[in-house]
Design a protein around this ligand. Sequence first.
Ligand code: ADP
Ligand code: MG
Length: 313
Amino acid sequence: MVFLSLNYDLTHNLNDNLTIKNTAFVLLAIGGKYLTLPIIELKDVSFKYNQAERNALNQINLSINAGEWIAVIGPNGSGKSTLAKLMNGLQIPNQGQVLINQEELNHDTVWDVRRLIGMVFQNPDNQFVGATVEDDVAFGLENMGIEREEMIQRVHESLEQVRMLPHLKKEPARLSGGQKQRVAIASVLALKPGVIILDEATSMLDPLGRQELIEAIAELKQQYNLTVISITHDINEAAKADRIFVLKAGHLMYEGTPEEIFHYGEQLIDFGLDVPFAVQLMKELENRGVTVPEDYLSEEELLRWISTSYLTK
Ligand code: ADP
Ligand code: MG
């Protein structure tokens, strides 16, 4: 009973962050075990594009809890973007079910789902509608019927969150690629979604810009219990996740914590991740007969290992 009324609350107050936040922490006691409610579930989902010969996704089963940070990795064409589109109803599966807050995503629920799940794509140029940065971020809020005063506040707040407030009055076309992408992300954040899907959304940013943005999103996750799904080739971004999903040719091949996934070492390249310098260096050392640690090390950790263990041997 409690379960049902919560479910009702969530789907009818999708923009009320408080409801989402509280619900995320509601624990169900089942057989003495505590479980958090999944916010997104895929059950045996397969999908084929109309003209395609093969399925873009095959029998995907996964579950994402509210407040989790999930990284999705995999080589080009492995089905990452298709997975994202299925999660917010841009595509509907040919087989299986997508459940959002325990409710099936279908033509009737898709609009509620789009309010809950914000999506940012790789190419920011296709995402602008406003004449200025300010207008652009305000656009979605206007559509939602948000009052003017709150709208202005949300526009400022979300631009501040991505450090673009000083560019408020600029034309989007005059911004750099990285700045455009920040504005695109601000436009989604302004809608206060419960889930944000970043489909290679940080790929246009330089390493520093990328790091800054990821930190800003991590802060929001902390603050609002935002669920983050980040499709990425960047190992540092993937390392921030609670769990990583690895897609290969439309199959969910592996799932695990970054530590577990990074254990695959050299295979990470096949997983579509950019080969990090530390992994390359470890490989080179190994080729030269050095016994290196088995676990993935960040650059800093590797430097520490080299200076404390390797060089002192
Ligand atoms: P990724 O994001 O991992 O690069 P996608 O999800 O874009 O992969 O694509 C998965 C598969 O579906 C690929 O084989 C791709 O060619 C195919 N595909 C993607 N979009 C379409 C489309 N609109 N029509 C037909 N096939 C598509
Ligand atoms: Mg893609």
